[in-house]
Design a protein around this ligand. Structure first.
Ligand SMILES: Cc1cc2nc3c(=O)[nH]c(=O)nc-3n(C[C@H](O)[C@H](O)[C@H](O)COP(=O)(O)OP(=O)(O)OC[C@H]3O[C@@H](n4cnc5c(N)ncnc54)[C@H](O)[C@@H]3O)c2cc1C
Length: 428
C-alpha cells in the first residue's frame, strides 16, 4: 500500500514490492515480469484479468477514497474555472500519486505500471482532468526516464518529480500531430549545449510543469532518425509557455503551446542518445495509451454508476424508471461496454508489466475504451433525462471529458492503423 497515503484514512501503509503479482499456485504457471521486483516470478496462467491481488485491491480502494473525499468536492469549480486547484495538486504529490512507478530509492512509491493504470481509472471516475495530470507524470515522463535516462538524469530529476515537480511530454506541433515525426523543432549543436528553436502545441500539464520532456530534430537531414529527446527546465532561457487552450472537456487540465526561441539546453539533458528520440516517443506512447484507456474506462464506469443510481430512484408512471425494460437494456449495454473496456485495458497493462508484446492490445484497449466512454456518457445523459443535460449532475461533464479519449496519444484512426498493421503487415 501507499506509504504516503495521508489524509485518506489509510495512513501508515508501506508500498509492497511487486504489487501486481497475484498469489502463486503450484501448477499451470506463466512468467510475469515486474518492473520493480527484478527477476521474473511465477504466477497462475489462469488468473482472471479483473481479479486484483490483495495489494492492488487495497491500492484501488485508497485511491478511490482519496478521489471521493479530496477531489470530488472541487471538480465542478475547477471545470468552470478551467483551472486545477494548486492545493489538490499538492495533495496528489503528498499521497504519492505523482510518483507511482518511481522506485523508492528516489523517493517514489515503487509501484507497477498496472498500479498507475488503476490510479488513472479511479481518478477518472471522479475527475478525468485529475486523472490525466497523474497519467502524464507517471506513464509518460517518469516511465520514459526510468527506461531511457542516464543515472545522472534519474538522480537529478526523479527525487523532485516524486515530491513537487510536475512534468509534461512535448511532442506535438502545429504541423505534426498524428504525423508526429514530421516535427519541425530543431536542435543545433553548440559546444556542450543544444540550441532549440520551434513551437509545440497541445501540451498537457504545461501551465503547472517545471520539467518538459521535449522532442526536437538534431539532424533534419536524417529525417526521423534525427529526432532527439531533451529534458528542458521551465526556467531555461529561451523557453516560454504560451497560450492556454479553452477546451470542450478536461477543462481543469492545462493544455498549452510552448515557444522555443534559441533555448539553450545542456548536452547532459539529452535522454538516451542523439537520434533516439523517435524510439523514445513511440515506445513511451505505446505504453501511455494503455493508461488513457484506463482514463476512459473510468469515465465509462462513472457514467454507468450514475445511470444505475438514477434509474433506481427516479419514478415515472408510478414506478422506478429502472423497472422499464427500455432503460434496463440501456444499462445492460453500458455494462457490457465497461466490462469489455476493463478486460482490454487490464490485459494490455498486465502484458506490458509482464514484458510481453502489448502494442496491438494497447491500441485495441484505447480504441475501445474511448468509444465505450463516449457511448456510456451519452447514454447516461439520456437515462437521466432533462437533468442529465444540465450541470446539476456530473454526466454532462463526463460526456465532454470522454471526447478527448479518441484524440490524444493517437487518434482512433491511428489506433486502427496499428491494429490493421498487426493483421496485414506492411502492404506498401
Ligand atoms: C487536450 C489535448 C491534450 C494533448 N496533450 C498532448 C501532450 O501532452 N503532448 C503532446 O505531444 N501532444 C498532446 N496533444 C496532441 C494530440 O496528441 C494530437 O492532437 C493528436 O495526436 C492528433 O493530432 P492533430 O490534432 O494534429 O490531428 P491530425 O493529425 O491533423 O488529425 C486530424 C484527423 O485526421 C485523421 N488522420 C490523420 N492521419 C491519418 C491517417 N494516416 N489515416 C487516417 N486518418 C488520419 C485523424 O485520425 C484525425 O481524425 C493533446 C491534444 C489535446 C486536444
Amino acid at each position: 500500500m501507499y506509504k504516503n497515503m495521508r489524509g485518506c484514512g489509510l495512513e501508515g501503509y508501506t508500498l509492497q514490492k511487486n504489487l501486481n503479482a497475484p498469489k502463486m499456485e503450484p501448477s499451470r504457471t506463466a512468467i510475469i515480469w515486474s518492473m520493480t521486483s527484478g527477476p521474473p516470478e511465477l504466477v497462475p496462467a489462469f488468473a482472471p484479468l479483473t481479479r486484483l491481488s490483495e495489494e492492488e485491491q487495497l491500492f484501488r480502494v485508497s485511491v478511490r477514497e482519496f478521489a471521493r473525499r479530496e477531489v470530488a468536492p472541487k471538480v465542478r469549480a475547477m471545470d468552470e474555472a478551467a483551472h486545477f486547484d494548486p492545493s489538490l495538486l499538492r495533495q496528489l504529490f503528498d499521497v504519492g500519486l505523482m510518483a507511482i512507478d518511481i522506485p523508492e530509492q528516489y523517493g517514489g512509491q515503487g509501484g507497477s505500471f498496472f498500479n498507475a493504470v488503476i490510479a488513472v481509472e479511479e481518478l477518472a471516475m471522479v475527475d478525468p482532468s485529475a486523472a490525466v495530470i497523474v497519467d502524464v507524470q507517471n506513464t509518460l515522463v517518469t516511465n520514459a526516464l526510468l527506461r531511457w535516462a542516464s543515472e545522472d538524469q534519474r538522480a537529478r530529476y526523479l527525487p523532485p518529480l516524486a515530491t513537487h515537480l510536475v512534468s509534461a511530454y512535448a511532442l506535438s506541433e502545429p504541423g505534426s500531430g498524428s504525423d508526429a515525426f514530421a516535427l519541425r523543432t530543431t536542435a543545433a549543436e553548440d559546444g556542450d549545449h543544444y540550441i532549440l528553436n520551434g513551437r509545440k502545441m497541445w501540451i498537457t500539464n504545461a501551465a503547472e510543469a517545471g520539467l518538459f520532456m521535449l522532442f526536437a530534430n538534431a539532424n533534419p537531414a536524417l529525417g526521423h532518425r534525427g529526432i532527439t529527446c531533451f529534458l528542458v527546465d521551465r526556467e531555461t532561457p529561451g523557453f516560454q509557455v504560451g497560450r492556454k487552450e479553452d477546451k470542450l472537456g478536461i477543462r481543469a487540465s492545462s493544455t498549452c503551446e510552448l515557444i522555443l526561441d534559441n533555448c539553450r539546453v545542456p548536452r547532459a539533458n539529452v535522454v538516451g542518445e542523439v537520434g533516439l528520440g523517435y524510439r523514445i516517443a513511440i515506445e513511451t506512447l505505446n505504453e501511455g495509451r494503455i493508461a488513457i484507456g484506463g482514463q476512459m474506462l473510468g469515465v465509462a464506469q462513472a457514467a454507468l454508476d450514475h445511470a444505475v443510481s438514477y434509474a433506481r430512484q427516479r419514478r415515472q408512471f408510478g414506478q422506478p424508471i429502472g423497472a422499464f425494460q427500455g432503460v434496463q437494456f440501456e444499462l445492460a449495454e453500458m455494462a457490457v461496454d465497461v466490462e469489455a473496456a476493463r478486460l482490454l485495458v487490464y490485459n494490455a497493462a498486465r502484458l506490458r508489466d509482464a514484458g510481453l508484446p502489448f502494442v496491438t492490445e494497447a491500441a485495441m484497449a484505447k480504441y475501445h475504451a474511448s468509444q465505450a466512454a463516449e457511448r456510456c456518457a451519452s447514454r447516461a445523459i439520456e437515462v437521466l433525462g432533462g437533468v442529465g443535460f444540465t450541470r446539476e449532475y456530473p454526466v454532462e461533464k463526463l460526456y465532454r471529458d470522454a471526447k478527448i479519449g479518441r484524440i490524444y496519444e493517437g487518434t482512433s484512426n491511428i489506433q486502427k492503423i496499428t491494429i490493421a498493421k498487426a493483421l496485414l503487415g506492411k502492404l506498401s
